[in-house]
Design a protein around this ligand. Structure first.
Ligand SMILES: Nc1ncnc2c1ncn2[C@@H]1O[C@H](COP(=O)(O)OP(=O)(O)O)[C@@H](O)[C@H]1O
Ligand SMILES: [Mg+2]
Length: 365
C-alpha cells in the first residue's frame, strides 16, 4: 500500500486546506483499483457543483498532468493542480463513471465462456481504440515534438465506454474508436528514447529504452487478458505457438478469428524487438485483416456460428442466412435467385478461410 492510499479525509483536509475549501470528498476511501503511487478519490467541486476525481501523491505529478493536457483525445481532462506545503501534490480531473468502466473491473465482471465469438469482435474493437489512443501519445512518426511512451499500459490504466448497441448490419457494436477507450495514469510516461523507469512487471517487455514497442508489448498482454480473462505470462508471449495454445483455452468458436487474434497479439508482442516500429502498422493490420473482412461476411459468420454449431450443407446455410442478411440487403421475399446468391456467400466465406469444409458440410471451426 502506498503512502497516498493511507491518507484519511481528515489528513487530506489538513494537508490541502485549499482542497478542503472547495471539494467535498465522497465516502471514506479512494475509488478504483489499488494503485502504484497515488490514490484517487471521488469528490464534489462545491464551486462548480460538479463531481470530479482527485488524485493525491507524495510525488511530483506536474509532468503527468502536462502530458495529459498535451495529449489530445483519448485521455482524461485535467482541471487544477495543487501543491501542499510538505511537497504532496494533487490534481482534479474528469471523473470516469458509468458508462465508463476500468478495463480491470470489466475483466473481473465479464462472464468468460468458450465460443463467445461476439466477445472476440468486441475485443478487436477495444484493441483498435487502444491503438488509436496510443498513437496520440506516441506522436507523429516524423515529428520531433511530443513523442512519448506511456510505460504503464495495463487494464487498470484503461477505461472503456461500456455502451454496446445492437446494430442489424454489423457485428461491431461498440462506440467509435475515438471514444471507446481512455488511457489514464501518465505517471511514468516519458519521452521516447529515455529510460523506462518502471513498467508493471506483468506487462513489462524488459526493453529499457522508451519506444512504442514497449507499450505494444503491454497492449498484446492486455488484449489477451481481455480476450480470455487470464493474463498470459512472459514465457507465453515469446512464441506465437504458445500464444495459440493460450487462446485455444478460450476460443471464439471460429478458427479463422482465433488465428487473427493470435496473429495480432504475437505481432504486437514482438514489436519491441524492432526499434522503428509504430502502432500504426498494427492499427492498419487490424483495419485490413479484421475490419476489412467486411460486415456481410462477419454477420454471416456469426449467424452460422450461433445457429449451426454442428455445421451445415451449403443450401442449409443459405437458408439460414436469408433470415440474417435479408434486412441489411433490403430483401422481403425468399426467391431462388436470392438463395443462390446466399449460396455464393457461403462459398465466399469458405474461400476467405472463414469456414472449413468436411465432406459436404461447412463449419466455423
Ligand atoms: N478520472 C478517474 N475517474 C475514475 N476513476 C479513476 C480516475 N483516475 C483514476 N481512477 C481509478 O484510480 C486508480 C488509480 O489511478 P491511477 O491514475 O492509475 O494512479 P496510480 O498512479 O496510483 O496507478 C485507477 O486504476 C482507476 O481505477
Ligand atoms: Mg495506475
Amino acid at each position: 500500500m502506498n503512502a497516498a492510499s493511507k491518507l484519511t479525509p481528515a489528513a487530506i483536509g489538513k494537508k490541502f486546506p485549499m482542497i478542503a475549501a472547495r471539494y467535498a470528498l465522497h465516502g471514506d476511501r479512494p475509488i478504483g483499483a489499488p494503485s502504484g503511487f497515488g490514490a484517487v478519490w471521488k469528490a464534489r467541486d462545491l464551486w462548480l457543483e460538479r463531481d470530479v476525481a482527485l488524485k493525491f501523491s507524495d510525488r511530483d505529478m506536474a509532468d503527468e498532468l502536462c502530458l495529459c493536457r498535451d495529449i489530445e483525445g483519448q485521455t482524461v481532462r485535467v482541471f487544477d493542480y495543487f501543491r501542499a506545503a510538505d511537497d504532496w501534490n494533487a490534481y482534479a480531473m474528469e471523473l470516469l463513471e458509468a458508462p465508463w468502466m476500468g478495463v480491470g473491473r470489466f475483466i473481473r465482471a465479464h462472464r468468460y465462456r468458450p465460443d463467445d465469438l461476439q466477445h472476440y469482435f468486441d475485443c478487436f474493437e477495444i484493441a483498435r481504440s487502444l491503438l488509436s489512443g496510443l498513437a496520440q501519445i506516441h506522436g507523429r512518426p516524423y515529428s520531433r515534438k511530443q513523442k512519448f511512451v506511456h510505460a504503464d499500459i495495463k487494464p487498470d490504466n484503461l477505461f472503456l465506454m461500456v455502451k454496446p448497441k445492437k446494430r442489424p448490419d454489423t457485428v461491431f457494436r461498440m462506440p467509435p474508436a475515438q471514444r471507446l477507450v481512455k488511457i489514464i495514469d501518465m505517471g511514468i510516461g516519458t519521452a521516447q528514447g529515455n529510460p523506462v523507469l518502471a513498467y508493471t512487471p506483468g506487462y513489462d517487455s524488459g526493453e529499457r529504452v522508451a519506444r512504442p514497442g514497449v507499450d505494444l508489448y503491454a497492449t498484446a498482454i492486455t488484449f489477451l487478458e481481455l480476450l480470455t480473462g487470464e493474463r498470459p505470462d512472459h514465457h507465453t508471449m515469446r512464441h506465437k505457438a504458445r500464444i495459440r495454445r493460450f487462446v485455444d483455452e478460450m476460443p471464439s468458436g471460429a478458427a479463422r478469428i482465433d488465428a487473427l487474434a493470435v496473429e495480432f497479439a504475437s505481432n504486437c508482442a514482438s514489436a519491441y524487438t524492432r526499434p522503428g516500429e509504430t502502432v500504426r502498422v498494427h492499427a492498419r493490420h487490424l483495419d485490413e485483416q479484421v475490419f476489412g473482412i467486411g460486415e456481410q461476411r462477419l454477420l454471416a459468420l456469426r449467424a452460422i456460428h450461433r445457429h449451426c454449431p454442428g455445421g451445415g450443407r451449403k443450401d442449409e446455410l443459405a437458408d439460414l442466412l436469408f433470415g440474417v442478411l435479408a434486412r441489411p440487403c433490403g430483401w422481403r421475399n425468399r426467391t431462388t435467385q436470392r438463395i443462390d446468391t446466399l449460396k455464393e456467400v457461403v462459398a465466399d466465406l469458405y474461400g476467405a478461410g472463414l469456414l472449413v469444409l468436411r465432406g459436404q458440410r461447412y463449419f466455423t471451426a
